[in-house]
Design a protein around this ligand. Sequence first.
Ligand code: NAP
Length: 273
Amino acid sequence: MKEDSLKDKVVIVTGATSGIGESCARVFGEAGARVAITGRNQEKLDATKEKLAAEGLNVLTILADASVIADNQRMAETVLSEYGKIDILINNAGISMRALFENLDFEVFHKVMETNFWGTVYATKFCLPSIIENKGTVIGISSINGFRGTPARTAYTASKFAMNGFFESLRTEVMKKGVHVLVACPGFTASNIRKNALTAHGSLQGESPRDESKMMSSEEVAEEILNATLKRKRDLTLTTQGKLLKFLNKWMPGRLDHIVYNQLKKEKDSPFH
Ligand SMILES: NC(=O)c1ccc[n+]([C@@H]2O[C@H](COP(=O)([O-])OP(=O)(O)OC[C@H]3O[C@@H](n4cnc5c(N)ncnc54)[C@H](OP(=O)(O)O)[C@@H]3O)[C@@H](O)[C@H]2O)c1
């Protein structure tokens, strides 16, 4: 990747104190962009800023909860006042959950939708005027769950399907204005998402039920997202397993129900018996 491929571009990455978001901040920063990052925790933001500074990258940190409308407005205003424009918004902030729907509290379902889906809607709304002006890019970090449901992940799957629908509609709406909309669907990626996933009543799962060492790294995912951004691709599906799921879901969705069920049943502490 050319070091100056994003020279003078301004990028916002929501939820960038960990995982894919942090890696996007690094990879887009290394490509020459001026980067602003958000998160809900000032200490984690400061630690991420320090870590990236040690690698020679200076990022602007904004304490902002993706699920709060006013925080998204302040995020966009802060970046516009500091950097004068927004070229690329990476809607990355996200949480997951794991519980059977029959046991799942509505509050947990709402929290996942408010962070993953509504957070994306709010951030996109406030950043879009500047992105249109600069013929920039809006990116949604969706998931394989954005086109294929997974049992015990109803709220997460619903939030990602909603993101995909929102962006498909928006893409066509802004295409004549020169705005690029990318929906990135990572497969299993090593990160904190499963550790921080919510249980049926909203407590943190605390550990990953899968072997994180066998997953794609967040740096690889971020490199793929940068590449797709530069090529102005409309979507990106990652991992061999993710691509296979997309294919099987199109041609044999009923058979895939059983394959997915059996795979998820093998997870540690699976709710299926
Ligand atoms: N890892 C995977 O296997 C995978 C696969 C497909 C898609 N994805 C998607 O990739 C995105 C990033 O996930 P990840 O795997 O990198 O998880 P992660 O390591 O848990 O990182 C999630 C990030 O989102 C932030 N965040 C969570 N809720 C937020 C909120 N309300 N407002 C602002 N920031 C918030 C967290 O920061 P704070 O806690 O500091 O607020 C953290 O920086 C998510 O949208 C996820 O759905 C992940």
